[in-house]
Ligand binder design. Sequence first.
Ligand code: UD1
Length: 363
Amino acid sequence: MTLTLAEGSHVIYALQKTRRYKVISIDNYHNSHPAALSRVAQLAKDNLPPNPAEFEKESTVIDEYKCDLTNSDEVRAVFEKYGKGGIWGVIHIAAHKAVGESSEIPLTYYFNNVVATISLLQIMSDYDCTRLVYSSSATVYGTPPEIPIPETTRLRADSPYGTTKIMCEQIIEDLCHSEPKRWRAISLRYFNPAGAHPSGLIGEDPRGRPGNLLPLLAQMAGGRVKDPVLKVFGNDYPTIDGTCVRDYLHVLDLASGHLLALEALSPDSNVFDDCEGPRHKAYNLGKGKGTSVLQIVEAMRKATGYNFKCEVIGRRRGDVPDLTADPSLAERELGFRAPQDLETMCRDLWNWQTKNPQGYAGV
Ligand code: UD1
């Protein structure tokens, strides 16, 4: 039911915690590691009550398939195993996600993110699996005219990556429009996920040098990345201290948003009652609280005890001054909350880093 990235293992954790879902994972392990699946399953097993029912035991077992979403024959073979109507719904998380890289190799991004999504939707339709939670991104807002950002903001991407997310949302919308009685879908616009499960068993393990701020700081403090100074991309933005502001939320809170979205696709949910047209909705998943780059560095200094040296360099292409969510729609309609604070995110990230200094490769 789910695919790739650090978020993927935390989403599986949230589903398995309910003991009501049987998870099927399709992943090509491009940016993830199979060890994450065995570890998350272990967490589910540890979470079982003393005399678990058969279905509860079954919920801790992940059916794993190593295949690539762009290979429709492989994906079709997985759906074939469960038969028509055999898969209740899909959480589609798989995508390339580096903004800078997407400008260098746009065709790879369009193929991997858009073509794969079309192929997945076609296969889902063929197998009567018509409930979808789609991972979108705050990047669909480009440089937003209004902060905090409501979902009604016009969509305008500043990179091919962002365009792939807008295109996929549109494709899903059109599909839901074409068969309104059949399809239900929710797009989740992620702000900046951070942290890790507090056990330190699962976490983000990007390939190579991390491009994102928090994993980079964690690996600098842990010595995995040898950079002596953090390059701060610009301090002349119209923000509290001139550095970019983002809306960081704990990855477990983000994961809980997927569970709520999945449940909102059920026939019993009233989330789509106000929809006259297609049953597709988009929600922001953020805390609604902005934090600057320098504030993040300070929070990580406190969590790690490491004294980061910073050097301000020029702006990074494609960065926008402020991406802070208005999460009130997700709160109202899905019951979504992101209560965990920045200190907890940094503590859990550092716990993951110290327990897995080389990521999953050290397993
Ligand atoms: C980025 C992507 C976003 C994507 C997300 C995936 C951009 C513009 N956005 O978000 O679309 O969904 O990653 O997780 O690339 N920073 C530094 N120095 C560094 C690294 C980062 O100053 O070495 C700053 C950046 O300028 C930014 C902030 O830290 O203001 C956060 O950066 P990052 O973690 O890369 O996230 P986003 O850029 O918000």
